[in-house]
Design a protein around this ligand. Sequence first.
Ligand code: 4AD
Ligand code: MG
Length: 433
Amino acid sequence: MQGQSWTKIKEILEGNKTGEEVNIRGWIYRKRSSGGIIFILVRDSTGVIQATIKKGDIPEEEFEKAERALIESSIKIKGIVKEDKRAPGGYEIKVNKFEVVNFAEPFPITEDHSEEFLLDVRHLWLRSRKLTEVMKLKAKVLRLIREWFDENDFYEVTPSVITLNAAEGGATVFSFDYFGQKAFLSQTAQMYLEALIFSLERVWSLTPSFRAEKSRTRKHLTEYWHLEAEEAWVDNEGNMKIQEELVSYVCQNIAKVAKDELEYLGRDVEDLKVIEPPFKRIKYKDAIKKLQDKGFDIEWGDDFGAPHERALVEGEDKPIFVTHFPVESKAFYMKISPDGKTVECADMLAPEGYGELIGGSERSEDIDSMIARLKADGAKIENYEWYFDLRRYGSVPHSGFGLGLERLVMWIAKLDHIRDAIPFPRTVTRVYP
Ligand code: 4AD
Ligand code: MG
């Protein structure tokens, strides 16, 4: 079967190949036999189709191989496409040539496994239908994000991930020995993006970010993909406008281009079609009041936990922004508001209790206040000198934000846990495989 063209299963399921002879290649997904006929469900990256192999229709040794091949064996088949209402998907292939590329050993994943076991064999579980749909969806989300940034005059840039700066605070930073010097895995590309706006004005990047989060929640990874943007000449309100436009663009369009994936994952596309600007804005102090009115024991200065975030979006079908958090609760680089107590920031909270999708802010231009706040966190000020240079040489008002890609995918795909939004989840208890 060298040098021939391969048909994708999806083309067959779309009815474009009926009556024709096709060559397909893929993996055995399910298999059963009865009365001299072997029924194989074959999958490739585009779908699953039934192939029937009848004793006598193919050479004896090929039939014997088909009998012997276990699930997940890789195969090539040639056959005629028939419409068949009883077959899953409505079509099947009557096989006249069967080849095994690799006889699989007994596959360790059968049924009813614990979540831990499935994580141990993540490299194999990635073949599951659910994770396949999520990974396809994620790729499409990324494509849409790139499209939006392109159309809105942002340059994609490639900042460093090895750094001396713990911009999001020393408490959740991973450090390592960098040739005798203590360095960190980046929590955010923000500071580097800020350096780049002085030549490019509007920039964005997608990098892994690392957080030594001890909290075991369904929304935290220790390594996640961070989508960040930074914009010259933009204030906190302008920053929110950019975010709501971007998120709405992704939602509106993913509803069109990923119908199958969303349906499989149980997300109603109508939920996504209603996501459009503007998103509601509520100040932190009013959010605290709202939570108190709902009976929560919370006061000014407290962080929001998952139950608070859920309560704040109750009844909302779109994300909301919570703005103007207390200075002490946020990072050193956020611009202090005229009231002196809050910062020019906004967290975007997803509906349905999916929590914080985006953290963003206008950036401080006041070096002294930034130094004071860094010192309070025990940071080495000399490692931030380069950053203060950005304020010394032609500083401009600017803002930016960071979106957790897996948080976005988790919400769009309606996943129970963030780990399924990334192929190899890293958490407090897991770095294998
Ligand atoms: O709110 P964060 O910490 O903001 C920043 O890092 C800013 N420097 C971004 C910027 O302005 N350029 O993180 C941004 C987003 C969060 O809203 C959340 O979606 C995601 O990153 N995130 C995580 N995602 C998964 N696992 C974790 N442990 C995460 N921590 C943050
Ligand atoms: Mg945040």
